[in-house]
Design a binder for this molecule. Structure first.
Ligand code: HEC
Length: 154
């Protein structure tokens, strides 16, 4: 499949923030997320699962979580997805990525990933009652990966 286009969102966000609120605020509002790349340990400033989904996941998996309309095989549906029955599975996908899915482990804290997974597993037609804890997310990270150390915007 086609490689995702690299969108310099950091630059765009900085430029917009600078234009709107001046250079001082730009540093706080720039979102350190670059498609297909991403700075290590650059935390994404979204507090809850819903907000993370809308800002980070929705661009590929769509607002209704039904995946890519033009190429459903490329962006799988997360809506009504039986694989989410295993609560570690979506967390491992988010932490490590796979193929065309970027890894977000170094941009999201254990708490953020737990909140995101719990949101996914209780919305979009998914109703799995057993919640994932931040402590469990920690154990799912590869040894070399650390969670972002500093969180902003919370
Ligand atoms: C750049 C596009 C992109 C973004 C952004 C993205 N994904 Fe994915 N995602 C994919 C692709 C492509 C796959 C299929 C990977 C494969 O199987 O090779 C996938 C697969 C998955 C799967 C496995 C689905 C299955 O049925 O096996 C889960 C769970 C998932 N993504 C969750 C998320 C979450 C949560 C986020 C937000 C943090 C996210 N994705 C962001 C592209 C993306």
């Amino acid at each position: 499949m086609k490689k995702p286009t690299r969108i310099p969102l950091v630059l765009l966000a900085s430029a917009i923030a600078t234009a709107l609120t001046g250079a001082v605020a730009a540093q706080d509002t720039a979102i350190p997320f670059v498609m297909g790349g991403g700075a290590r340990n650059a935390p994404l400033p979204f507090a809850d699962g819903k907000t993370i989904y809308e800002h980070v996941c929705q661009s590929c998996h769509m607002a209704d979580a039904k995946g890519g309309k033009l190429s459903p095989a490329s962006y799988p549906a997360l809506a009504g997805n039986a694989k989410l029955a295993a609560r570690a599975y979506p967390a491992i996908m988010v932490v490590n990525g796979l193929g065309a899915m970027p890894a977000f482990g170094s941009m999201l804290s254990d708490e953020q990933i737990a909140s995101l997974v719990n949101y996914l597993r209780t919305h979009f037609g998914n109703s799995f009652a057993d919640g994932l804890s931040a402590a469990e997310v920690k154990t799912l990270r590869p040894a070399a990966q650390t969670a972002p150390t500093e969180l902003r915007g919370r």
